[in-house]
Design a protein around this ligand. Structure first.
Ligand code: C2O
Ligand code: CU
Ligand code: CU
Length: 513
């Protein structure tokens, strides 16, 4: 289906207001519901699942150090919006409208982290009594940053997020305010996603191949999903009218599988000031920015030298791209508004202090493999360290300890690796000979380790781990104990067992467990 590009204005997502103060804490309520939203001028409204009937959900705008409570209410209908295939985690009794919300990038107690098995439903008589709601608490002690919240229910995260269950969450602080970055209407958060739509405007998501003939209980895996249209803040290929001045854009890749290579067709530079975990130490000037699923970048763009110009934020699909592929366009900026007063905002070169974690303090190095394996029927399955979700917990960092996690990717493509609870620093990447490894299991490095790219030197919670490379990150585990998860953030991979639990343990806690 053809849709005209840049026909709709960019929606600016509303900020959610607290319902009340609860013992000094701001208390919010969010309902997950089915609703309809027009994704494009020429398209019939699309049935979606959203937080507070919005896609993406409302944005939280919170000051650092102010803890909040959010009641996440499951008010979804009793049938899934999308073709729900029985996945390896659906067998038996898991209701299809289970949901649990995770605040990605947040330093939160395990009980509020949205553990995949902590899902709940609106309530099914045949299954028993289930919770319909949960109150989570977010401390917001961490650095100022753009986080995002999304569904994390076991085995169906890809479908729930695709249906619309994702939103943004901003933490601000004084230090950042003093930098005098573009703010107010000159600061815009953009959630970038890809979707495919049916003629009637409904969401398309592929059903899995029917293995019924083979009498297999599980469907074969969905290796990835790439939509053919780009949706920004809930509109397909929108445009945004801007003044000839600096803007701060906070970009989130909220797509299931798709990685973006972002650049402006005007050839203008992009000044990156922040990454997943907030401001970097220094501004990095770039022509192009790679954005893996779940990654965020904070950038300043300067339109001051343009007037009546249309500038497109593009996605470089590479030299082998299909000429029919329209996902090379993201959003159009129209420099058409008059300048309302002089642009007094700054583009600082020094931003914030990033203290490197000391390798001398490392207590444990974990060598973790990203592998292609097989399910019980010999069909391909991607795993972490050859273990499935249900296997016993093997990663148990001690509370307050510093560890190196070394991701050795022996599959044929990049996986964006994400660890809950903590922000990490990237140490390096080193390529090895994958053929040799596949032959005899020996690791032969083909070149020395390279430092992370300049824009990967801040705090990160999601990192590209490319094929045939070892990507090493360092993190301090805390300040909470309990069960969390680490996983590939390609949602199709995560749902099909490229996800593992980990547990932060307190060595001084001698309770028997
Ligand atoms: Cu964005 Cu485990 O999540
Ligand atoms: Cu997360
Ligand atoms: Cu993956």
């Amino acid at each position: 289906m053809e849709l005209k590009k840049f026909a709709d204005p960019l929606p600016i997502i509303d900020t959610i207001k607290p319902k009340r103060k609860n013992k000094g804490l701001s208390y919010y309520e969010v309902q997950m519901e089915e609703f309809k939203q027009k994704l494009h001028r020429d398209l019939r409204p699309t049935t979606l699942w959203g937080y507070n009937r919005q896609f993406p959900g409302p944005t939280f705008d919170i000051n650092q150090g102010e803890p909040i409570q959010v009641k996440w209410i499951n008010n979804l209908p009793s049938r899934h919006l999308l073709p729900i295939d029985r996945s390896i985690h659906d067998v038996g009794h898991q209701p299809e409208v289970r949901t649990v919300t995770h605040l990605h990038g947040s330093e939160t107690k395990a009980s509020s982290d949205g553990y995949p098995d902590a899902w709940y439903t609106k309530g099914f008589k045949e299954v028993g009594s289930f919770f319909e709601r949960k109150v989570y608490e977010y401390p917001n002690h961490q650095r100022a940053a753009l986080l995002w919240y999304h569904d994390h229910a076991m085995g169906i995260t890809r479908l729930n997020v695709y249906a619309g269950l994702a939103g943004m969450y901003i933490i601000r602080n004084e230090q950042e305010k003093q930098l005098n970055l573009p703010s107010g209407k000159y600061e815009v958060a953009l959630a970038i996603q890809d979707r495919t739509l049916n003629e009637d405007g409904s969401l398309f998501y592929p059903s899995q191949p029917d293995d019924a003939s083979e009498n297999l209980p599980d469907p074969s895996i969905t290796p990835f999903f790439l939509g053919d249209k780009i949706v920004v803040n809930g509109k397909i290929w929108p445009y945004f009218k801007v003044e000839p001045r600096k803007y701060r854009l906070r970009l989130l890749n909220a797509s299931n599988t798709r990685t973006y290579q972002l650049y402006f067709d005007s050839g203008q530079p992009i000044y990156q000031i922040g990454s997943d975990g907030g401001l970097m130490q220094r501004t990095v000037k770039l022509d192009k920015i790679a954005l893996e699923p779940a990654e965020r970048v904070d950038v300043i763009v300067d339109f001051s030298q343009y007037s009546n110009e249309e500038i497109i934020l593009k996605n470089d699909l590479g030299p082998d791209a299909d000429p029919e592929d329209e996902t090379d366009d993201i959003i159009q900026f129209r420099v058409s508004l008059p300048l309302s007063g002089k642009d007094k905002s700054s583009l600082p070169s020094y931003l914030s202090r990033i203290t490197p974690l000391k390798q001398g303090r490392v207590q444990t190095i974990r060598n973790l493999k990203l592998v292609g394996s097989e399910d019980n029927y010999g069909r391909p399955l991607l795993l972490l360290d050859n273990k499935k979700w249900m296997d016993p917990i093997t990663e148990k960092p001690k509370l307050g300890s510093t560890e190196i996690w070394s991701f050795m990717n022996i599959t044929g493509f990049t996986h964006p690796m994400h660890i809950h609870l903590i922000q990490f620093q990237v140490l390096d990447r080193q390529p090895f000979d994958l053929d040799q490894y596949n032959k005899d299991g020996s690791v032969v490095f083909t070149s020395p380790a390279t430092a992370p790219k300049p824009n990967e030197r801040g705090w990160k919670d999601t990192i590209a781990a490319p094929s045939a490379q070892i990507t090493r990150v360092i993190a301090k585990f805390g300040p909470y104990t309990g069960d969390y998860v680490w996983h590939c953030h390609i949602l199709e991979h995560e749902d099909y067992d490229m996800m593992r639990p980990f547990s932060v343990i307190d060595p001084n806690d001698h309770r028997d467990d």
